[in-house]
Design a protein around this ligand. Structure first.
Ligand code: NDP
Ligand SMILES: CC(C)CCC[C@@H](C)[C@H]1CC[C@H]2C3=C(CC[C@]12C)[C@@]1(C)CCC(=O)C[C@@H]1CC3
Length: 380
């Protein structure tokens, strides 16, 4: 028995030790294997988001993290902290500050811009034009392989109707404002920098009317106008169709473009409209958001030309009186043009070349947006 027991117990302990050893081996293998594979994933899935503290930028960063990327954010301000994100604060016009953010990165998203509402021409020129030149140079110096620019569908908009506009429409000869003027130059710079031989690939995404949780523009401006009792009027006959694009669809378009951008793909050096693919009446969209937040929908109609003329007059007055008094009219000619004309775009090219399809419907997007602004509700 003893002789049988001993070997058994010996065997047992030996088996136990083997088991422990095997487990340890397995654990070590898993750990090292995981680390190795993680490092492989990290180096191939490491990217930078310039403008990553902004509205679109932050949504993009969050989705990239979900998809296993590690992200380096470069922005003039830091608005949040997240595991997996390294922040670099600075002005993108300064190459030396920008370069460290691009170290070990093969893919860069550039979605920084001064806010479109600003009328600071010099700022738009320095950030959107000079700054974008700097971004391109820094990417090339740092060995970045892909640059995805957030452009804008408004690069072809001149304040008159665009129905189902495709990417082959010419750039606006008379852009509606400085912002758009510099977005045109910015897009040209990035697309012209695409160079397959040098292994530097670029693509531009043109979203339109981005909305969603944390948007600092569309919903806050709308609510502010309503609270001041100025959202009573419909400009024009109220039937003009427009694209409003839920932020997650815009993010989806950016990531698809980045992943499909290869030397042999049709994306190289091209612009792509990314929309919800559901043009909607401008005033229906505004009403849905307003009513969702407890405000009354606009009801009274005003002729488009009358409002546009008044807006132009007010804008001129503000310009002339600027040295004496400073006032910012709510109904700028740009906003009136956007509110009273058709401007919707085809995203057929994105569907064909990158398999794009919106992931969130307009209805769902509006519901999620309205829910995300409890502090902007009527009476809050
Ligand atoms: N919102 C929309 O409807 C549309 C937007 N776009 C484009 O999408 C992009 C993102 O827009 P959105 O998220 O709405 O804008 P945001 O203003 O929310 O985000 C832009 C970010 O870039 C930062 N930034 C500005 N200047 C510099 C600089 N010199 N160096 C580094 N960072 C800087 C901003 O900082 P700070 O806030 O301090 O200025 C901000 O954090 C822009 O390129 C815009 O042109 C295109 C179509 C529609
Ligand atoms: C006061 C009301 C008549 C209008 C309030 C809503 C507007 C603030 C927005 C309606 C369309 C939006 C829009 C942009 C900004 C916000 C609106 C004017 C952009 C100009 C943002 C930057 C772009 O690239 C194009 C956008 C077009 C639509």
């Amino acid at each position: 028995m003893a002789t049988r027991v001993r070997p058994v117990s010996y065997d047992k302990s030996c088996g136990f030790r083997k088991l422990c050893f095997n487990h340890l081996q397995m654990l070590l293998c898993c750990w090292f294997g995981y680390n190795v594979s993680l490092r492989v994933v990290q180096s191939s899935k490491r990217c930078a988001v310039i403008g990553g503290s902004g509205f679109l930028g932050r949504h993009l960063v969050e989705k990239l993290l979900d998809r296993g990327y590690s992200v380096s954010v470069f922005d003039i301000r830091q608005s949040y902290e997240l595991p997996g994100v390294t922040f670099h604060q600075g002005d993108l016009c300064d190459k030396q500050t920008l370069l460290p953010a691009l170290g070990d990165v093969s893919l860069v998203f550039h979605c920084a811009s001064p806010a479109p509402g600003s009328d600071n021409r010099a700022l738009f020129e320095s950030v959107n034009i000079q700054g974008t030149r700097t971004v391109i140079q820094a990417c090339i110096e740092a060995g970045v392989q892909k640059l995805v620019l957030t452009s804008s569908a408004s690069v072809v908009f001149e304040g008159t109707d665009i129905k189902n506009g495709r990417e082959d429409l010419p750039y606006a000869k008379k852009p509606i404002d400085y912002y758009t003027e510099t977005k045109i130059e910015q897009e040209k710079l990035v697309l012209e920098a695409c160079d397959k031989k040098k292994g530097f690939l670029t693509v531009a995404i043109r979203p339109h009317g981005i909305f969603g949780p944390r948007d600092p523009q569309l919903v806050p401006i709308l609510v502010d106008t309503a609270r001041r009792g100025k959202m009573k009027f419909i400009i024009g006959d109220g039937t003009n169709l427009v694209d409003f694009t839920f932020v997650e669809n815009v993010v989806h378009g950016h990531i698809l473009a980045a992943e499909r951008l290869r030397p042999d793909s049709p994306l190289c050096g091209k612009p792509y409209h990314i929309t919800n693919d559901e043009p909607v009446r401008f005033w229906d969209f505004m009403s849905d958001v307003l009513v969702g937040l407890g405000y009354a929908a606009p009801r009274y109609r005003l002729p488009y030309t009358l409002v546009y003329g008044l807006a132009l007059l007010l804008w001129l007055l503000a310009l002339i009186l600027r040295p004496l008094v400073s006032f910012k009219p709510t109904f700028t000619p740009m906003r009136v043009a956007l509110a009273g004309t058709h401007h919707y775009y085809s995203c057929e090219r994105a569907k064909q070349d990158m398999g794009y399809k919106p992931v969130v419907s307009l209805k769902e997007g509006i519901a999620r947006t309205v829910e995300s602004y409890p502090h902007l509700r009527r009476g809050a």
